[in-house]
Design a protein around this ligand. Structure first.
Ligand code: HPA
Ligand code: ZN
Length: 326
């Protein structure tokens, strides 16, 4: 109870959150009805029962299906506003949100529609809660680099609202090297760079993200721990890892929360953070992620505070804005 109050009171930044993964079953049903889209579920309970995954791909199949109810600017607004209200309730002060435009443009939804809905909700949260945000466009790595390039072209008119690019979806077989050219292009445009690496993929993918993509953060990074020289490098470079405990459990990256490597990461000097990834699918928002991993690993208040501080230092806020949070 003491730990719960401490976690609830900690000001936090969330750095690994796929907005489409915050689509709660209730909103999925409401949007399916609003847009007359058929969904293969009879009830909210049936949807939740379908969220049993044995690996990343199991989840991705149902995640891409779920986002099919999102059509209008209002839909993207309502999705984002619901997440931001929930994050605010967890004392999240700053959020860096991923979105997957290719999951929408391939269904005929305009890039501009997605951006307009998300940014309207971000602007409202700034006014209503003082909750600040950055937006990160993720490329789907199971698609080609040419597709990613075309998506970056579509983003060019909106770079005033897009702070960075990322790389997500099916990791194994789609190494960072596949996207070296489009990341170089984004880098030249002044965008921040992140990539999912070492969730299911090997430590070599984390090395590629560092050496070939020149990323500013590693999303997940769990499998880095198999390579001690890589761990030493990540620690000495102060590289932020956006770790997602409940995601790791639900996607069987860890077998049991008691086996989660978060404490090992902290003890190795890694700049680990705690994040929710796809909270609707994985069973909890950021506060629940702190709670679950803290209970399983018996994390101290000093460790919890370090995790929360890492979330601000690893953010893409300016140094002045970071200082206001630390
Ligand atoms: N990994 C890869 N792709 C994703 C994830 C994830 O955890 N969530 C949404 N897309
Ligand atoms: Zn993710």
């Amino acid at each position: 109870a003491d730990r719960a109050a401490f976690i609830a009171g900690l000001p936090k930044a969330e750095l690994h959150l796929h907005i489409e993964g915050s689509l709660e079953p209730e909103l999925m049903f409401a949007l399916a009805q609003r847009n007359a889209v058929a969904i293969p579920f009879a009830s909210v309970e049936e949807v939740r029962a379908a969220y049993a995954f044995s690996n990343l791909q199991d989840f991705l199949d149902i995640y891409y299906q779920g986002m099919g109810v999102l059509h209008t600017e209002q839909d993207f607004h309502d999705l984002t506003a619901a997440y931001l209200a929930r994050a605010h309730a967890d004392n999240v002060r700053h959020v860096e949100i991923f979105f997957d435009p290719q999951g929408h443009t391939t269904r005929g939804v305009a890039f501009a529609t997605v951006i307009a809905g998300i940014t309207r909700a971000l602007d409202e949260a700034r006014r209503e809660y003082g909750l600040t945000s950055k937006l990160i466009l993720c490329f789907l790595r199971h698609l080609s680099e040419a597709d990613a390039d075309a998506t970056l072209d579509e983003a060019l008119p909106f770079l005033g609202r897009i702070d960075g690019i990322g790389l997500d979806s099916s990791e194994v077989g789609h190494p960072p090297s596949k996207f070296a050219r489009v990341f170089a292009r984004a880098r030249a445009l002044g965008l921040k760079l992140v990539a999912h690496a070492g969730e299911e993929g090997p430590p070599a993918y984390v090395r590629e993200a560092l050496d070939l993509l020149h990323v500013d953060r590693i999303d997940h990074g769990n499998r880095s721990l198999e390579d001690p020289a890589l761990v030493a490098r990540l620690a000495s470079e102060g590289m932020t890892l956006t770790v997602c405990p409940l995601s790791n459990l639900k996607l069987c990256v860890v077998g049991d929360m008691a086996d989660h490597p978060l404490k090992i990461m902290l003890d190795a000097g890694l700049a680990a953070t705690v994040n929710s990834d796809d909270p609707s699918y994985f069973g909890g928002y950021v506060g629940a992620n702190y709670q679950a991993v803290a209970d399983a690993l018996d994390l101290s208040k000093a460790e919890l505070l370090a995790l929360a501080r890492n979330s601000f230092t690893g953010s893409f806020l300016s140094d002045a804005d970071k200082a206001n949070h630390l």
